[in-house]
Write a protein that binds this ligand. Structure first.
Ligand code: B3K
Ligand code: ZN
Length: 870
């Protein structure tokens, strides 16, 4: 039955009104009994359709219809379904299955993480627990009874509210939970284990008290404050920004160490990867704190955009994920610096989504077909999906957007929605026809926008000619936020020819044709256009900026995002030119324009330190590679390193002075001014460490040892470990000895080594794979060593001998039986082979082919490998 096609969608033949689940947890065999009240959902006068339930890897003990056991000739089973041919209009189906969660390494369905029983059901994990119509448009009310040994599993949790609990014979106990909100099976959750609870209360805007509870292993009890605070902040923000209030009396979050991705928004009972919960100043960095705030917010926001209004089918995944990413981006922006948040989000999009959209795994935000549902959880569905929501808000305006969202939540509450439902609500609320916008949801690929400007001194007219090129040909509706600067950097009033008044600030132009021109009047001299301010559309802009234009925008643009963008363009242009010079055998020289621009930033860049740190950071090797048709791995590495070192040499005094101004003045606090100060300090120290100066290395080592927080300690450790010299080894050893009992910190220790540009890194990664702390069974650990190496260390991963590729493929093959969802992610870097030179291309392809030859390849991995080779 693969691939699945959107055009085949039909409503379910049977609905399930309520589910009673009894789960008896034991160390050997877990018993699950499900009683489903089933109601026909098709016109039975035209024929009675069979009831088809999904199920995978289940041991079936018995099945009954209205209390009467079915004999084996009354139903049919295959690997993925159980079909009952004759069912009445309404009936109760009772199924008993046997599971062995302790042997489940997929981390899908019911499994154990460090002794704790937990579940992961999205997208299709529920069918690994019991037989069920496991699709998001079957919504039911759940009542769940868990029984377990009281001594080893004192805590028993499921969705909703606790209805009853008590003792049972033989040292066992039970808890019954009831969730009044109908939900799809993918939002079901159950947790049982020996956990402690960290608690707080939140009073909603209408005055209801909600208990906020975070469950962790007892040794992590002192790492929950930030998560609790973030949750309360998210709840308050959603009330203010979207008018959304929480709907149960209890909100629980459980942290587990073994988790395939970030977290899961199960109704009232989120299950989290512990890395997005646990933080203490000495164990977690500012980036970790920010990620926790963002993910806690994200899962909370799903309570409305995902749970109350879910998606009709998996093709509509972006109606919950794109929308919820947009909501969490806005939340984080409100908690800190919004310009810096925007910069980081755009950098993420360009690093992860643009390449995906340009490669063999490209797909539209709403695809037409899929093979393996787990592979649809992509940067395209999530992050490009969020950009589409952002553009919609720009097009309809903030007020109409808010009205449209209210309409959407109101109209589709308790059901599964489609992309059309979401866009229609915005169209209705704003009175705009958004038909043309739907194309964004249907087309893969990043649009290329070509802009030229011409100025007529006599008429004082300035004309922008804009051409959009997108595969397929038909034009998109694109919001273009922009401004014009005069040669002194003053903002000119933007007055379109033929319009009464100048464009209101914040209002974007709209592109809707293949090619169009915009004529502005009253422009005395050739201006510098600031285009796609705030990155108003996920496009690639082509405009022939001169170095002087970019320097002007960098220093003066009123839009902070575009100030950063201009700097990135200048840096990218410089580095790529040096790559070409190096190829041509020429001596490398740093152009004065870049030195001057960076010098200005260092001495008079203003006091937004977080922004300055972003502005002074060179584009990554990966981002630079994206700009080349054929990626020159060594050329990029060398040219970028040259620029970094040359800037440090020429601006040493300024860098040292700024570093000095950024010294800590008190104990660690996670707040915008402090995180900005620390990131600027790390940025300056990073440049200074390229100077190969023993006194700087010593200062770096002191910072590593003496910092009261992980942010400063880790930035120093990373620099030491990535620089020649004995200090790196010393610091790595000290770090491991100090943190050996903290898995999340040991993940950092692995990742730092895997991303070192030093020439012995590949050998080191091979050694680390044998380290007693390494295990492929824990996704965080596997990612910290193997994926960090493959994704964040281009010059060592792409070693010409091909060892990196072989190593990656070996582990994809190991994960094929252990955890294919992670295996599929790990195979992705190999699918980018077309972008590399012949030798690498061949070697990467060979490894993909080797994976493809594995006799029984899991669907998730087969899907990636097949597309990668196609
Ligand atoms: N909805 C989950 C992701 C599930 C991934 C399934 N392979 C977490 C999130 O996006 O919030
Ligand atoms: Zn999500």
């Amino acid at each position: 039955n693969h691939p699945v096609a959107l055009s085949d969608y039909t409503p379910p033949d049977y609905r399930v009104e309520s589910v009673h689940l009894t789960v008896d947890l034991h160390d050997d065999v877990t018993l699950v009994r499900a009683d489903l009240s089933v109601v026909a959902n098709h016109d039975r006068t035209k024929g009675i359709r069979p009831l088809v339930l999904d199920g995978r890897g289940l041991v079936l003990r018995c099945i009954a219809l209205d209390g009467k056991p079915l004999t084996t000739d009354e139903y049919v089973r295959d690997d993925e379904t159980l079909t009952i041919h004759h069912v009445p209009e309404q009936c109760t189906v009772s199924v008993s299955t046997e599971l062995k969660p302790q042997e489940n390494t997929l981390l899908e369905g019911l499994y154990r993480s460090g002794g704790t029983f937990c579940t992961q059901c999205e997208a299709e994990g529920f069918r690994r627990i019991t037989y069920f119509p496991d699709r998001p448009d079957v919504l039911a009310a759940y009542t769940v009874t868990i029984t377990a040994d009281r001594a080893t599993c004192p805590v028993l949790l499921a969705n909703g509210n606790l209805a009853a609990s008590g003792d049972l014979p033989d040292g066992r106990h039970y808890a019954t939970w009831h969730d009044p909100f109908p939900k799809p099976s993918y939002l079901f959750a159950l947790v049982a284990g020996d956990l402690v609870k960290v608690e707080d209360t939140f009073v909603t805007k209408s005055g209801r008290r909600v208990a906020l509870q975070i469950y962790v292993q007892s040794h992590n009890r002192d790492k929950c404050d930030h998560a609790v605070r973030s949750l309360a902040e998210a709840m308050r923000w959603d009330e203010e920004a979207f008018g959304r209030e929480y709907d149960l009396d209890l909100y629980m979050i459980v942290a587990v160490d073994d988790f395939n991705f970030g977290a899961m928004e199960n109704k009232g009972l989120n299950v989290f990867n512990s890395r997005y919960v646990l933080a203490r100043p000495d164990t977690a960095t500012d980036a970790d704190y920010a990620a926790i705030e963002g993910v806690i917010g994200h899962e909370y926001f799903h309570n409305w955009s995902g749970n109350r209004v879910t998606c009709r089918d998996w093709f509509q995944l972006s109606v919950k994920e794109g929308l919820t990413i947009f909501r969490d981006q806005e939340f984080s922006a409100a908690m800190g610096s919004s310009a810096v948040k925007r910069i980081q989000d755009v950098r993420y999009l360009r690093t992860h989504q643009f390449p995906e959209d340009a490669g063999p795994l490209a797909h539209p935000v709403r695809p037409e077909t899929y093979d393996a549902i787990n592979n649809l959880y992509t940067a395209t569905v999530y992050n490009k999906g969020a950009e589409l929501i952002r553009m919609l808000r720009t097009l309809v305006g903030h007020d109409a957007f808010r009205r449209g969202m209210d309409l959407y939540f109101d109209r589709h509450d308790g059901t599964g929605a489609t992309v059309e439902n979401l866009v229609s609500a915005l169209a209705e609320a704003s009175g705009r026809d958004l038909t043309q916008f739907m194309r964004w949801y249907r087309e893969a690929g990043t649009p290329e926008i070509h802009v030229t400007g011409s100025h007529d001194a006599d008429t004082k007219a300035y004309t922008l000619t804009i051409r959009q090129g997108v595969a397929g040909g038909e034009p998109l509706l694109i919001p273009l936020a922009m401004g014009l600067l005069d040669r002194n950097g003053n903002e000119l009033s933007v007055h379109l020819d033929g319009e009464q008044a100048p464009l209101e600030p914040g209002r974007a132009l709209e592109l809707s044709r293949q090619e169009e021109t915009f004529c502005f009047r009253g422009i005395p001299e050739e201006p510098v256009p600031s285009l796609f301010r705030g990155f108003s559309a996920p496009v690639r802009l082509h405009y022939a900026y001169t170095e002087a234009d970019l320097a002007l925008l960098m220093g003066k643009d009123g839009d902070l995002f575009n100030r950063w963008e201009a700097g990135q363009r200048l840096m990218t242009g410089t580095i790529l030119q040096l790559v070409a010079d190096r190829r041509a055998g020429q001596e490398l020289r740093l152009p004065p324009a870049l030195v001057e621009a960076c010098g200005t930033l260092l001495t008079s860049g203003g006091n937004d330190r977080a922004f300055l740190a972003e502005a002074l950071t060179l584009p990554s090797e990966n981002l630079l590679g994206e700009q080349m048709k054929e990626i020159e791995v060594e050329g990029i590495f060398e040219a970028r390193r040259f620029v970094r070192t040359a800037l440090a040499r020429q601006l040493r005094g300024e860098l040292s002075a700024l570093w000095d101004q950024c010294r800590p003045t008190g104990p660690y606090r996670f707040e915008p001014a402090e995180t900005g100060r620390r990131s600027l300090a790390a940025c300056c120290l990073g440049y200074l460490m390229t100077l190969d100066d023993p006194s700087i290395r010593q200062a770096c080592l002191r910072q590593f040892r003496e910092a009261d927080n992980m942010t400063d300690s880790l930035s120093a450790l990373t620099l030491l470990a990535h620089t020649e010299g004995s200090e790196g080894e010393t610091a790595l050893a000290e770090f491991h000895a100090r943190w050996r009992e903290e898995p999340l910190v040991i993940d950092k220790w692995f990742a730092i080594q895997a991303t070192s540009p030093l020439p012995d890194t590949f050998a080191r990664v091979q050694r680390l794979l044998e380290h007693p702390d390494f295990t492929l069974a824990n996704p965080n650990r596997a990612r910290s060593l193997i994926l960090s190496f493959a994704v964040n260390n281009p010059v060592r991963f792409h070693d010409r001998a091909g060892g990196g590729y072989r190593l990656l493929a070996d582990h994809v093959i190991k994960l094929n039986s252990l955890n294919p969802m992670i295996g599929a992610r790990m195979a992705e870097p190999l699918t980018r082979w077309r972008r590399h030179e012949l030798n690498r291309r061949e070697r990467m392809k060979t490894e993909l082919e080797r994976i493809a030859r594995e006799p029984t390849l899991a669907r998730d991995i087969r899907d990636v490998v097949t597309k990668g080779l196609a």
